[in-house]
Design a protein around this ligand. Structure first.
Ligand SMILES: Nc1ncnc2c1ncn2[C@@H]1O[C@H](COP(=O)(O)OP(=O)(O)OP(=O)(O)O)[C@@H](O)[C@H]1O
Length: 196
């Protein structure tokens, strides 16, 4: 369903990677690992259609994602290093913004990341782990077949990492694909690993 063919990426003069291919079927997960600077975030940005590869192509169900970037944007949830929160808005309001775009129930998504008790606080007062959980709550709003997650568990306590397990499992059980860059163990049983 998601395929990368012979990708090459240059940053400045330097080749970050070349000849990179992968193929992921419905319900599968891929962990991107490797040293700092190996190109994990870069590859996620290419798979998200945010960065064009120097060579090669990314395909969704056999079609180049570059042919219809808007359609690709609609089918994915991309969680970057940044939490992309509006500090002055409350926890509920931050999530309501995305619920207007994608649908879904804000209360249910907050419960999935155990943030319901903080729903009325402005996002600026959240701790860094709570901010990450609010970013992750977007995943629980409405289905999208492709999740691209950059260090999703940074700053999370053990219980919050564990809570991600059912969220990831439900997504995969519904045929969703997960690609996650990480230095830490993730609750993603049977994930393939690509070491960059
Ligand atoms: N805009 C840019 N211009 C030049 N080089 C860049 C740019 N963005 C990234 N790079 C370089 O590309 C390489 C890959 O960076 P990337 O962020 O993908 O690594 P990473 O594997 O995600 O690292 P980390 O584990 O530290 O998050 C790095 O050497 C980085 O310095």
């Amino acid at each position: 369903m998601l395929e990368a063919r012979d990708l090459a990426c240059l940053r400045g003069e330097r080749a970050v990677f070349a000849g990179l291919s992968l193929s992921l079927a419905e319900g599968t997960a891929l962990l991107l690992t490797g040293a700092n600077g190996a190109g994990k975030s870069t590859l996620l940005r290419i798979l998200a259609g945010l960065l064009r590869p120097a060579e090669g192509a990314v395909l969704w169900r056999g079609e180049d994602i570059a042919a219809d970037p808007a359609a690709h944007a609609r089918r994915l949830r991309y969680l970057s290093h940044q939490d992309a929160l509006k500090p002055a808005l409350t926890v509920t309001e931050n999530l309501a913004f995305f619920a207007r775009l994608w649908g879904g129930e804000v209360g249910r998504a907050l419960t999935a990341v155990a943030l319901a008790p903080l729903a009325e606080l402005p996002a600026r007062v959240l701790s860094s782990g709570q901010k990450r959980r609010l970013a992750l709550a977007r995943l629980a709003l409405a289905p999208a077949p492709l999740w691209l997650l950059d260090e999703p568990t940074t700053g999370l306590d053990a219980a919050s990492v564990e809570r991600l397990g059912p969220l990831l499992a439900a997504h995969r059980a519904a045929g969703g694909i997960v690609v996650a860059a990480t230095h830490l163990p993730l609750p993603l049983p049977d994930a393939q690993e690509l070491r960059l």
